[in-house]
Design a protein around this ligand. Structure first.
Ligand code: UDX
Length: 428
């Protein structure tokens, strides 16, 4: 198949590279010349495990990038819309980029003789494909959806850092289409996959994506609520959730309590689903509470810290972990941002360390101190806060160099036994 990919963010680049790896002819389109040039040189514009090898193998062969929509759409049979869908200030989804991409594709469809399928991969709230994308495509092309061209919705379930693996080995593939011809063509792209393939209409596909993320976020907030209760009862919540997760109906994943969830998807998608529900006159009490519990975890951590260091003014506090999760340099919605904000508001002096995310955090907090290692951050600190689940924190052994060895663990990284530290687990 000849595929064009609109937008070369992490979803677009990974999708393009993986489809090329599956033997398709892929053309990526972006408005950013730097990204286009980078892909054509076989260098990933973002870091993703395994992406480097894929781009090296396929760039200049069956994978290319361009600024030119005309070229991309006229030389492909399927276009995937992979542009960002941020939330606006009120928490509602901002469809600006989806609209622009739809218009740009539609204008090129006008001159095309052959059947073309437009597939939305961006995360969009239910009814967007049907009520926003299709009308724009019809209006700009002067053609009829379901007849002259097809429209589909094919959500991604890619974890940052593991996106290539997740694309190649998905638990399931969801294909939404409002006409059988489009559905058939999209399904053909996944011909070699052995996982379940679910065929639904476009609004169901859109909803599946939101509900998957909202459910995972709910599991985390639920675990945090249980953890907050366990902490007060002197029960180890990790043992509790181990016992709970052994029930096959529940599964052992996403039951780790701590500082809560961040990242580019969970907070944004839960907010957008709440926004959509409010628009149709339904108050999603549970989803709102999921966010409330999540927002509260950094405050819980601050209370525990203040139990041991009541006056934080001018105290040196080491914050270990800045990325929103381990193995990424992404700090979007990272819980560490909130923790550092609260520490600064109390007058503390913050020394931060992260194996990958320091440069990004410097843009948010340019005036705090950044250490080159966890050991360096701990030296002379009055307390330490662990905000990200980096594996290296499990091996920490330099607490003796702290002025006062108070460790507030937001991710269950440190085993306090025999370390001579004053240890507080956030939920255990
Ligand atoms: C998520 C979804 O997993 C993916 O399917 C979707 O397409 C995009 O959003 P990602 O944002 O990369 O992927 O991160 P993920 O690994 O799911 O973790 C999200 C957040 O939840 C992190 O901040 C992590 O620290 C937190 N988390 C995860 C917990 O607090 N507890 C857990 O048990 C699991």
């Amino acid at each position: 198949m000849r595929i064009s990919i609109i937008g070369t963010g992490y979803v677009g680049t990974v999708t393009g590279a993986c489809f090329a790896h599956l033997g398709n002819e892929v053309i990526c389109v972006d408005v950013d010349p730097k990204r286009v040039e980078s892909i054509n040189r076989g260098v990933p514009p973002i870091y993703e495990e395994g992406l480097d090898e894929l781009l090296k193998a396929h760039a200049g062969k069956n994978l290319s990038a361009t600024l030119d929509y005309d070229y991309a759409v006229s030389n492909s049979d399927v276009s995937f819309i992979c542009v960002p869908t941020p939330t606006d200030e009120s928490g509602k989804i901002d469809l600006r980029f989806v609209r622009e991409a739809s218009r740009s594709i539609g204008e090129r469809l006008k001159a095309k003789d052959s059947y073309h399928v437009v597939v939305v991969k961006s995360t969009v709230v239910p009814q967007t494909t049907q009520e926003v994308v299709t009308p724009i495509l019809e209006e700009t092309s002067g053609k009829k959806a379901g007849l002259d061209f097809g429209v589909g919705m094919n959500p991604e379930f890619l974890r940052e850092g593991k996106a290539v693996h997740d694309f190649m080995h998905p638990d399931r593939i969801v294909i939404g289409g409002d006409d059988p011809k489009a559905l058939g063509i999209i399904k053909g792209l996944y011909a070699g996959y052995t996982c379940p393939i679910l065929e639904v209409d476009t609004k169901t596909a859109e909803m599946i994506k939101y509900v998957s993320n909202a459910f995972l976020a709910t599991k985390i907030s639920f675990s945090n609520e249980v953890g907050n209760i366990c902490k007060r009862l002197g029960i180890d919540t990790y043992k509790v959730m181990e016992g709970v997760g052994l029930d096959a109906r529940i599964s052992p994943y996403f039951l780790n309590s701590g500082l809560g969830f961040g990242g580019s998807c969970f907070p944004k998608d839960v907010k957008a689903l709440i926004g959509k529900a409010s628009e149709i006159d339904y108050e999603p009490i549970l989803l709102k509470t999921v966010l409330k519990v999540n927002d509260n975890q950094p405050h819980m951590l601050m209370s525990l810290l203040k139990k041991h260091v009541p006056d934080l003014k001018d105290k040196r506090i080491a914050v270990l972990g800045l990325a929103f999760k381990n193995d990424t340099d992404d700090i979007r919605e990272s819980r560490a941002i909130h923790v550092i904000g609260s520490l600064l508001a109390e007058g503390a002096s913050v020394v931060a360390y992260d194996p990958m995310a320091t440069e990004r955090m410097k843009r948010v907090y340019p005036n705090i101190e950044y250490a080159k290692s966890a050991d360096e951050a701990l030296e002379g600190a009055d307390a330490c806060v662990i905000a990200t689940e980096w594996a290296e924190f499990k091996k920490l052994d330099s607490f003796k160099s702290m002025r006062k060895p108070v460790v507030i663990d937001g991710r269950r990284m440190v085993d306090p036994r025999g370390k001579g530290i004053i240890y507080e687990g956030l939920c255990w």
